[in-house]
Design a protein. Structure first.
Length: 187
């Protein structure tokens, strides 16, 4: 808990410093306007310069935020989700190999990486994996459900019956509860 508070405080400080860097010309122009109002020599157009500088800085800040959130942040989130998908594929292969030698699936977690077990399962750092075996009544055989998500990712990933990795639907209440359960169980 204390670690999260420190992380958020440092993050807020970094954003505040970036805000000051971006708006520093506006701060300087406003300061010049205030000083020009206090001295006896009046400079015409100081307010216009301050407002123009602020508008230009606001436009610059908009484009910087747009660039950061639309290009850099989304690619990082996609990388984190891909890492969770790779871990989920590794879990499916490990489960199938274990089933071939023992005739059953084994449960995993939820565990948060880095994690490695004796069956060849490797969970990467900050990836949460949850595998639960169950009896498939429709097919009359053993089966398992595997779920993975990255702590900094967006999607909860699940494996389909043929071993493909798919994203769970966001609007599903079951997957929303499962996501919260997985995150809260590994804090």
């Amino acid at each position: 808990m204390l670690q999260e508070i420190v992380i958020y405080c440092v993050l807020a400080l970094v954003y505040f410093c970036l805000l000051i860097v971006i708006f520093s010309p506006s701060i300087y122009a406003v300061w010049l306007y205030i000083v020009s109002r206090r001295v006896k020599i009046r400079r015409a157009g100081a307010l216009r310069i301050a407002v123009t500088t602020f508008c230009i800085n606001a436009l610059l800040a908009y484009f910087v935020i747009h660039l950061a959130f639309d290009y850099f942040l989304t690619t990082k989130v996609a990388e984190k989700d891909a890492l969770a998908g790779q871990t989920l594929r590794n879990a499916v292969v490990s489960q199938e190999k274990f089933f071939q030698s023992h005739g059953r699936y084994y449960s995993v977690g939820p565990v948060r990486g880095p994690y490695q077990d004796g069956q060849g399962l490797t969970v990467d750092k900050d990836v949460i994996l949850f595998v639960e075996p169950h009896w498939d009544k429709a097919r009359g055989r053993e089966a398992f459900n595997a779920y993975a998500l990255h702590v900094w990712g967006k999607s909860l990933l699940t494996s389909s019956e043929d071993g493909k990795v798919i994203a769970a639907p966001d609007e599903s209440e079951y997957f929303d509860r499962l996501r919260k359960k997985m995150i809260l169980s590994v804090k």
